[in-house]
Ligand binder design. Structure first.
Ligand SMILES: Nc1ncnc2c1ncn2[C@@H]1O[C@H](COP(=O)(O)OP(=O)(O)OP(=O)(O)O)[C@@H](O)[C@H]1O
Ligand SMILES: O=C(O)C1=C[C@@H](O)[C@@H](O)[C@H](O)C1
Ligand SMILES: [Mg+2]
Length: 169
């Protein structure tokens, strides 16, 4: 039984690379943001605006810990998930956490076109976005760095991730 938790800032590639990694490993892929949206029957962005971030964080933590995971899974977590409650400790106790690390500048470039579905970014202009990513990344880095494995998100391939993960098992 193996659960791999992909963590990192919005845009680092948890969903994109997670799907590819799951195929390589023959594991199932679970995207916790999608699971939350499915259970709410609305988008995270809509939930944020009606219920606020604190309510979302509670729901996120409950979903992470109570999800009925398949035996072997690659799990893409939400960008903020490791930074609230004891979520990071829980992931490390229940699987292998993998931090996809990227600089604020590289993340800002990636996120330019995908702001609408990300409630923390949707109202920011270009200058505000870089500023926000820099400060949020600084604040979150201490949590992300608790991951058991760290990979660089630039030019990342599923093969490289697979090799790194298998070397840890
Ligand atoms: N390894 C990669 N190389 C190039 N582009 C990538 C890579 N991984 C992801 N991307 C692109 O970056 C964008 C963000 O990726 P993705 O949605 O997977 O990030 P995420 O970490 O799941 O973000 P969130 O926390 O908001 O869900 C997408 O446009 C995706 O196509
Ligand atoms: O970084 C964050 O705080 C978030 C990232 C997304 O994955 C979603 O979980 C949500 O938009 C919040
Ligand atoms: Mg995602």
């Amino acid at each position: 039984m193996m659960k791999i938790f992909l963590i990192g800032f919005m845009g680092c590639g948890k969903s994109t690379m997670g799907k590819k990694l799951a195929v390589k490993l023959g594991y199932e892929f679970i995207d916790l943001d999608h699971q939350i949206e499915k259970s709410l029957d609305t988008t995270i962005a809509a939930y944020f605006s009606t219920h606020g971030e604190a309510a979302f964080r509670k729901l996120e933590s409950e979903t992470l810990k109570n999800f009925d995971y398949p035996a072997n899974a690659v799990v893409a977590t939400g960008g903020g998930a490791p930074c609230f409650f004891d979520n990071m400790e829980w992931m490390n106790a229940n699987g292998l956490s993998v931090y996809i690390e990227m600089s604020a500048a590289a993340l800002a470039k990636r996120l330019e076109g995908g702001k609408e579905k990300r409630p923390l970014l949707r109202d920011l202009n270009e200058a505000q976005m870089i500023e926000f990513i820099e400060s949020k990344l600084l604040e979150r880095d201490v949590f992300y760095k608790r991951a058991l494995v760290t990979v660089n998100g630039i030019s990342l391939t599923a093969d490289a991730m697979r090799a790194m993960i298998l070397s840890r098992q």
